[in-house]
Design a protein around this ligand. Structure first.
Ligand code: ARG
Length: 417
């Protein structure tokens, strides 16, 4: 359990970058001569050339940091033995994770942006397709399919603004130079290190820097939030494709047949998204539990957060790509949806509001329409697709409003780029 070289291996590119920044700072502090600094650089070049993109080597090294130090020392001798001056694996791993999380946040930003773009595009495409909106899984009111998908565009745009804010926040302070817990007596220029690694400045408290993993928790929370929206999306589409509704033309390449039942085409891709999203949401919960009540100062428990973060990043990236591709291909069956409009008396609220506009008090109009419905019984009603045009409220289900908001969200995306 002590060893984590294999689990660390995904951090190799960041580790090599960190070694170079640290060598620079050691040279500036007079610990490494210019020849030693050059030989360290050449050694790191060789490690990069031999190991980048390769599978983790067989080694007894405890973790990535000890492996790099040992490999570098084999290659360049004494200069390698000096490389760990003024630092600890505690500030090293904290820095690597922050670097990785920043990259993952940038990737999430690109992925979520694509989700906003494609949902807005489909919102426009589908704004004239009228179907019943549901509450409590019952048909409730006429809406348009674009309005439904715009629900997700709006949610993803909100997530995107949080992602971008947090990425800029993560870039501010660099943990490197915090040492094991209290810094070091070696006069390391932490500003130089921070800038060499793309941060604005050194972190403000070595104790905090070595024992928090806030950026990991925040990234996982963003993943979990995104996953919750993807899960609802998947569940909606699975519902729309059920036999009794058959509203979707579910794209064939995202489905499979049944090995036994020739009549089946199953919405597997969406079911898998729904399943994998639970793994993402629980990675966040697991990370929170891992951190819960840890005392100040580095504790080895922190090692366990790395696989959670890496797996969540990989799953999230794959799912965003999948859902974007799916959204591009998904189509709806206008005829089947039109038939559903006659079920559930979904024009009842509009009929009630028509009376209200003529001066009938809301509660009386409500009772009157409810009584009419009771009398008529469970017969299909003739709800016109055009009824959706009566939803005039800002943000409501009117097709023009759907297109207006889609354009607005797209324009905001453009402004943020
Ligand atoms: N491998 C550890 C981690 O990933 C870093 C090493 C810190 N170990 C220690 N004994 N202080 O978190």
């Amino acid at each position: 359990m002590n060893r984590c070289l294999t689990e660390d291996w995904f951090l190799l590119p960041h580790e090599l970058k960190l070694q170079r920044a640290h060598a620079k700072a050691l040279a500036a502090a007079g610990i490494l001569s210019s020849e030693e600094t050059e030989s360290v650089d050449r050694g790191l070049d060789r490690i990069a050339a031999t190991y980048s993109g390769q599978p983790c080597p067989d080694s007894d090294a405890e973790d990535l940091h000890t492996w790099v130090e040992a490999t570098l020392t084999e290659l360049v001798g004494d200069a390698g033995k000096k490389i760990h001056t003024g630092r600890s694996r505690n500030d090293q791993v904290a820095t690597l994770l922050k670097m990785y999380v920043i990259g993952a946040g940038e990737a999430l930003s690109r992925d979520v942006r694509s989700l906003v773009e494609v949902s807005c595009k489909r919102a426009r495409d589908w704004s004239a397709l009228v179907f019943p909106l549901q509450t409590h899984a019952q048909y409730a009111a006429p809406g348009n399919v674009g309005f439904w998908v715009l629900r997700y565009a709006t949610a993803f745009a909100r997530v995107l603004s949080h992602v971008d804010f947090l990425v800029s926040h993560w870039r501010r302070t660099c943990p490197l130079g915090s040492g094991a817990v209290a810094g070091s007596s070696i006069p390391i220029d932490r500003q130089l290190q921070a800038e060499a690694l793309g941060f604005e400045m050194p972190s403000l408290n070595a104790l905090d820097s070595t024992c928090t993993r806030d950026e990991c928790i925040e990234l996982l929370a963003l993943h979990a939030q995104t996953a919750l929206h993807l899960q609802s999306f998947a569940t909606d589409v699975i519902g729309f494709s059920q036999t009794s509704q058959s509203w979707t033309d579910y794209p064939e390449e995202f489905s499979t047949g049944s090995s036994m039942m020739p009549n089946k085409r199953n919405p597997d891709a969406m079911e898998l998204v729904r399943g994998e999203c639970s793994a993402v949401a629980s990675a966040h919960a697991q990370a929170v539990l891992l951190m819960k009540g840890l005392p100040s100062g580095y504790n080895r428990d922190l090692q366990c957060i790395k696989p959670l973060v890496r797996e969540s990043v990989e799953k999230m990236g794959a799912m965003c790509v999948l859902v974007c591709a799916f959204l591009e291909r998904l189509e709806f069956d206008a005829v089947r949806m039109a038939r559903s409009l006659s079920l559930g008396s979904i024009d009842a609220t509009l009929r009630m509001e028509a009376r209200v506009l003529q001066g009938v008090p809301l509660r009386d109009a409500h009772h009157a329409v409810a009584a009419e419905l009771r009398e008529a019984g469970d017969v299909p009603t003739d709800t016109q697709a055009s009824a959706v045009d009566l939803y005039r409220t800002l943000g409501g289900a009117h097709p023009e409003e759907t297109r207006r908001i889609a354009d607005m969200l797209l324009a905001e995306l453009g402004d943020r780029a």
